[in-house]
Design a binder for this molecule. Structure first.
Ligand code: MF3
Ligand code: CO
Length: 250
């Protein structure tokens, strides 16, 4: 059973996601060679608490930090650490979740530190494009498969891999609600999108194949072939006439 949200609830979720996007912008500004991922995490936690929220990931199934900071071949769930310093040429994914007034916000971006390769820049552009394309399919009456297929088509047309092992999700009073939102699928299939549904769409795209290996820490998820990965995420509400990307509009 998927949970549909009222306009009042969507306003709260918009505020939760606004705080998430403020944090993500601050992380991109703060990220330069020599800064540790642990320092970014501390800065993010302070911003979230000052904004009246709580870090959503900390303590979730034992996750130890506020952010996931995933460098280069790490796809998602990289654990921030005071001894991991950013270097020129790193590809950095920052994923942030906030609990505010009983509702969750969840979003992620990937950006370069200094100069990165042309392939890395193309991966960023394509992965963000996957998310933007997917969002255009969010409207009442469309099916979840339309959203998933849009991600897969754009990524694979570019010659990139689409990660299967992790998926997007419904979001609201819980960080993860139904339905699961895979980054692969068939247009015209799957559940019908209804007004008030909120889904976190989160394409994870790689320069190689889609296979994943998780480090002994139980979290850090890397590409098996060691190739670069990128990750973008928005929390998106189905509205009367289409969609609203929470935390980013006007
Ligand atoms: N955006 C990811 C998700 O929704 C981040 C979760 S990290 C975790 O699954 F630590 F909370 F699991
Ligand atoms: Co998510």
């Amino acid at each position: 059973m998927t949970i549909l949200k009222s306009t009042t609830e969507l306003e709260i979720m918009d505020r939760a996601n606004r705080l998430v996007h403020e944090v993500l912008r601050a992380m991109e500004k703060a990220a330069r060679p020599g800064v540790s991922t642990g320092e970014l995490d501390e800065l993010a936690e302070r911003m979230i608490l000052d904004g009246g929220g709580k870090p959503a990931f900390k303590g979730y199934r034992g996750y130890p930090a506020t952010l996931c900071v995933s460098l280069n071949d790490v796809i998602v769930h990289g654990i921030p650490c005071r001894s991991t310093r950013l270097r020129n040429g790193d590809l950095v994914s920052v994923d942030c979740g906030v609990l505010l007034d009983g509702y969750y916000g969840d979003a992620a971006v990937t950006f370069p530190v200094g100069e990165v390769t042309a392939e890395a820049r193309r991966l960023l552009e394509v992965t963000q494009g996957c998310l933007e394309d997917a969002v255009t399919h969010v409207r009442p009456g469309n099916r979840l498969g339309d959203v998933s297929a849009a991600v897969q088509q754009k990524a694979e047309a570019a010659g990139f891999g689409v990660v299967r092992e992790f998926v997007g999700h419904g979001i609201g009073r819980s960080l993860h609600e139904e339905p699961q939102v895979p980054n692969y699928g068939v247009a015209g299939h799957g559940p019908i999108l209804k007004e008030g549904l909120v889904i976190a769409i989160e394409p994870m795209v790689t320069c190689g194949n889609w296979r994943v290996r998780v480090d002994p820490d139980g979290w850090t998820a890397r590409t098996e072939d060691g190739k670069l990965a990128a990750h973008f995420e928005y929390s998106v509400a189905v509205t009367t006439d289409g969609h609203r990307v929470l935390g980013l509009e006007e």
